[in-house]
Design a protein around this ligand. Structure first.
Ligand code: ATP
Length: 246
């Protein structure tokens, strides 16, 4: 692991209902300022890892049974989700769970609920609208009327409203057409260039490897490969199992 990473997961074990072991000693990290991808197929434990980091395992009957998670040098293992969020770590949920009956702008403002300062909130909104012009154009429209890609952008924009230091993205490409996947990838790069570190959980390995600096491959609860994204993309294992043998 690098020295003083923004996020450090060490030997993490997670069980559901005290029995099913979903993570079996996972170690990975996010160096400050970087984009890190976690790749893996269905059931590998990607969502479980995100839940452990965001502190939401308890809601679904899971628990950390061994290992640790440190954010910015401080332990957050078992920390409540709200507390973790206040420390600058925010998750964009899978399935773009936006508030369907609220307008785009109301959705975004809800994401900035913890930002007390009005000027800071306005600034955050401007920043999100700059990043996602389509959301600015649809600010008065209800969230439920947006397309899948726009809802993904709204979910990302909502998370960015609190100016997080680490953005956790859960399968942002899920169900999107290739062109939109490409666009979401470019937005991740831009968000990162503006100073936010990113942990990207992706089943779409090509997309994950394209936008990340470092990547980890998760299989049945353990990390089976890790390294600089470019190097990993060139290995036989990753090419055959995750990039369609190209
Ligand atoms: P997917 O991409 O399909 O969501 P994943 O890589 O995110 O897969 P997880 O959802 O983390 O994988 O699941 C890892 C393992 O934990 C699986 O065996 C799954 O059945 C189990 N699991 C996940 N959530 C629960 C739960 N709430 N209760 C019991 N077992 C669970």
């Amino acid at each position: 692991p690098p020295e003083d990473p923004l996020l450090a997961v060490a030997d993490l074990e997670v069980r559901y209902d005290g029995a099913v072991q979903a993570l079996r000693g996972v170690s990975l990290w996010v160096p400050r300022g970087s984009v890190v991808a976690v790749l893996g197929s269905n059931g590998a434990g990607k969502t479980t890892l995100l839940r452990a980091i965001s502190g939401s395992l308890g809601n679904v009957g899971g628990a950390v049974t061994a290992g640790s998670i440190h954010f910015d040098g401080k332990p957050i293992t078992g920390g409540a989700a709200a507390e973790t969020m206040r420390s600058g770590l925010v998750q964009v949920p899978e399935g773009r769970r936006v508030f369907r009956d609220l307008t785009v702008e109301e959705n975004l403002r809800a994401g900035g609920f913890a930002v007390r300062d009005r000027a800071a909130k306005r600034e955050a909104l401007t920043r999100v609208f700059d990043l996602f012009p389509v959301l600015a154009r649809r600010r008065r429209q209800r969230g439920g009327l947006l397309s899948g890609g726009e809802q993904q952008m709204l979910a990302m924009g909502r998370a960015l409203m609190s100016a997080p230091r680490l953005l956790l993205l859960d399968e942002p490409s899920l169900g999107l057409a290739p062109q939109l996947v490409h666009q979401i990838g470019e937005l991740i790069t831009e968000i990162n260039e503006q100073g936010t570190s990113v942990l990207l959980i992706e089943q779409n390995a090509a997309m994950g490897l394209r936008v990340s600096d470092v990547a980890f491959v998760l299989e049945v609860g353990t990390v089976t490969a890790a390294g600089p994204a470019e190097e990993l993309a060139a290995t036989d294992e990753v090419r055959q199992r995750y990039l369609g043998g190209t």
